[in-house]
Design a protein around this ligand. Structure first.
Ligand SMILES: Cc1cc2nc3c(=O)[nH]c(=O)nc-3n(C[C@H](O)[C@H](O)[C@H](O)COP(=O)(O)OP(=O)(O)OC[C@H]3O[C@@H](n4cnc5c(N)ncnc54)[C@H](O)[C@@H]3O)c2cc1C
Length: 383
């Protein structure tokens, strides 16, 4: 597996990256190539077991070790490079990595030393799974409508309510939960909690997805937590959630680039070998136009992602840059995968084939962690 297959060397060469990033790109690209048979054959009949196994795999390899407070941390450009490589090779590997990163980021940025010490080593080794539970049946794009109640009881709280669409929800050991504590009106009345999923009253029901992954609805019935479960300040739950999401959006863009780059390479390979009209598909001008369009979009998406992750690392306005990168890269990835499938013709529709899998795997990126429409509003607000 060459570096230039997973990453665009021209993008890696720009001064927004340094040698540490170029070395990492080479290492994770190589690892993914070596482990490809394992990464590409998850047990889709049992997404929870597959998710656990994938977490263990990437944990063993050390790709999450920077989440351990006793180990050197990671900058965000590295997070994005890891996601791009994992997404290029295996949807589930990217998914497991991303959700672990998301959960740990909330704890690293807003947790106490005690919370970091308790949860991060397990997340970093892959032995424990994390989840971030924000959405509810009645609160998706508008998180301020969250109604899961955390009623004060003694020094602690009692949680009651439902969370929807939670990635790794049915395998999580610890969940970041956004709940209403009523400390203030609307968005000011929310607090985030760290909830151990072994706590009595916690229940996870798996939800089947367009691309099988561990995904669940969570029910909280009189779940009792102590004061040490509060993550960040009371009444600042939405701030915690948005802080984490604003950074994470750049990494969603990176994953989009990874998925789309693989689709592009598959289409290019097919066009160069598929015989048509006495020549090859790749001789036809309309096919060449389609491939050229993919390459332009890929370049733009990779550059916007690089700018956003660099903005995170250098303390610039990363919220807007992250949103721009996620919006463009996820929309472009949808177009690229669709165009790539078209080049395959009927062969692109065969169930379980790489193109058909990519077609299903890419769709959710335009919805989770801020749908395209919501992100457009965010960008417009910042103008
Ligand atoms: C694969 C996947 C994994 C997920 N994982 C998690 C997770 O781990 N944790 C978690 O908390 N949530 C998770 N989610 C939920 C996700 O965050 C929500 O789906 C997302 O925020 C959108 O909310 P919704 O689905 O309720 O759609 P709604 O908010 O009901 O929106 C429906 C449609 O209306 C549009 N819309 C909304 N507001 C506006 C507006 N102001 N102007 C124009 N259009 C608008 C939206 O763009 C969308 O197209 C996941 C979702 C997916 C698909």
């Amino acid at each position: 597996m060459s570096l230039s297959e997973v990453f665009d060397p021209g993008v890696l060469a720009i001064p927004m990256f340094d040698d540490v990033h170029r070395t990492l790109a080479g290492e994770i690209g190589q690892w993914c190539g070596d482990r490809e048979p394992v990464l590409r054959s998850p047990d889709i009949a049992d997404p929870a077991a597959a998710g656990r196994a994938m977490l263990a795999e990437i944990g063993r390899a050390g790709w999450l070790s920077h989440l351990d407070p006793d180990r050197p941390g990671s900058d965000f450009r590295s997070v994005c490079l890891r996601r791009q490589a994992l997404a290029y090779h295996a949807d589930l590997a990217d998914f497991a990595y991303a959700i672990q990163e998301l959960t740990a980021d909330a704890i690293i940025r807003h947790g106490t030393a005690q919370q970091c010490g308790r949860y991060l080593p397990g997340l970093a080794s892959g032995a424990a799974a994390g989840a971030m539970a924000l959405s509810e049946p009645g609160a998706g794009s508008d998180l301020s409508a969250c109604i899961l109640e955390a009623a004060p009881a003694g020094e602690g709280f009692v949680l009651n309510g439902t969370k929807s669409w939670i990635a790794q929800g049915d395998i999580a050991d610890v969940c970041v939960v956004l709940a209403r504590t009523g400390d203030g009106p609307g968005p000011l009345g929310l607090t985030t909690f760290l909830v151990d999923t072994t706590t009595a009253g916690f229940k996870a029901d798996p939800v089947g997805a367009i691309a099988p992954r561990s995904w669940a609805e969570l029910t909280f019935t009189n779940v009792v937590v102590g004061p040490e479960a509060v993550l960040g300040e009371r009444g600042q739950g939405l701030v915690v959630a948005l802080d984490v999401l604003e950074r994470a959006r750049a990494s969603v863009a990176a994953a989009a680039v990874g998925f789309a780059r693989r689709a592009f390479h598959l289409a290019l390979g097919h066009a160069r070998t598929r015989k048509a009209y006495g020549g090859k598909l790749s001789d036809l001008q309309l096919v060449r136009s389609s491939l050229a369009g993919m390459e332009v979009k890929l370049s733009a998406a990779a550059l916007l992602t690089a700018r956003a992750s660099w903005a995170v690392d250098t303390g610039r306005d990363h919220a807007t840059q992250s949103s721009i990168a996620k919006l463009y890269a996820s929309e472009a990835a949808g177009e690229i995968v669709d165009a790539a499938l078209q080049i395959f013709g009927a062969a692109g529709l065969v169930a379980g084939s790489p193109m058909e899998l990519l077609y299903r795997q890419i769709r959710s990126l335009r919805i989770y962690e801020g749908s395209s429409e919501v992100i457009e509003m965010t960008i417009a607000d910042a103008l």
